[in-house]
Design a binder for this molecule. Structure first.
Ligand code: PAF
Length: 283
């Protein structure tokens, strides 16, 4: 595996691959790789001749009250995991390679509507940071396909919309969430949980599954189900930011009779903010 830090070195390699007629799949990450990320890399391997993984802890997607310095950085271990999966290139740029200007002067990519709901309410500016860096990474790597996890479902929709609206020639592939045996979705933030908090954390997915069963069983008062779900999370000792039953296509609040739904939740446990979701299609 080659590791490069600059766009110039990345482009040189990309040009060679293009001249050889080889396609590229990109897996954008912020590092601290777990089995969920590795599943994305395995999927990328199936989709293209060459696999590029980026590791970049993106300052633009962290709010002023969020501690970017505390975000786990484990580059040496990450490199070993990627090598074991036969990754072709690791792109790990320093901040100055990605952002040349003062934050206030940087060009931004804003996806209205979708970015302003759910996590966007609690993390203002977060999805603009995500959309901007993903757009930059697409322009730097120029992949044919890019792979993202469905655990960050709102992020996945924001990226699909950005690609559509800006006519970017990149296919977006979504990959299912990888879970612990007790249902907890894998996340770099799980590392912040104490043993006691970890024992409560599966309540998020258990609540989503419970609501999905109710809906499959015919319950149609979605706003009432949301209130019940929030109470269930609070009862399990979590501090929910939101729990909503939405249309899977655009994250607008779901109404009875709609068929493709997603139930999404974000909740705090100690200093970890956990998110999860469950997609369901009704007959
Ligand atoms: O999902 C993530 O890890 C990040 O939001 C991403 C897509 C790599 C952009 O920084």
């Amino acid at each position: 595996m080659i590791q490069v830090e600059t766009v110039a070195a990345l482009r040189r390699r990309r040009r060679q691959w293009r001249e050889a007629g080889e396609s590229v799949a990109l897996v954008p990450t912020m590092g601290n790789l777990h089995a969920g990320h590795l599943r994305l890399v395995e999927r990328a391997r199936e989709l293209a001749d060459r696999v590029v993984v980026s590791i970049f802890v993106n300052p633009m997607q962290f709010g002023a009250n969020e501690d970017i310095d505390a975000y786990p950085r484990t580059l040496d271990q990450d490199r070993e995991k990627l090598e074991a999966l036969d990754t072709d290139l690791l792109f790990a740029p320093p901040v100055e390679e990605v952002y040349q200007r003062e934050p206030a002067q940087e060009t931004r990519v804003q996806v209205p509507g979708l970015s302003e709901r759910l996590c966007g309410i609690f993390r203002p500016g977060h999805f603009t940071g995500v959309a901007t860096v993903v757009c930059k990474l697409f322009n730097m790597v120029q992949p044919e396909v890019a792979v993202f996890g469905r655990k960050d479902y709102q992020q996945l929709l924001v990226i699909r919309r950005l690609v559509e609206d800006l006519c970017l020639p990149v296919k977006i592939e979504g990959v299912d969430t990888v879970r612990e045996a007790d249902g907890l979705a894998l996340s770099s933030r799980n590392g912040y949980l104490s043993r006691e908090e970890r024992s409560r954390a599966p309540a998020i997915y258990a609540t989503l599954r419970h609501l999905a069963e109710e809906i499959r069983g015919g319950a149609g008062d979605y706003r009432g189900l949301e209130r019940a779900g929030l109470a269930r999370l609070a009862g399990a000792g979590l501090r929910p930011d939101y729990l909503e039953i939405c249309r899977a296509a655009d994250l607008e609040p779901a109404q009875a009779g709609e068929r493709r739904l997603v139930i999404l939740a974000a909740a705090w446990l100690g200093r970890a903010r956990l998110i999860d979701n469950l997609l369901l299609t009704l007959e």
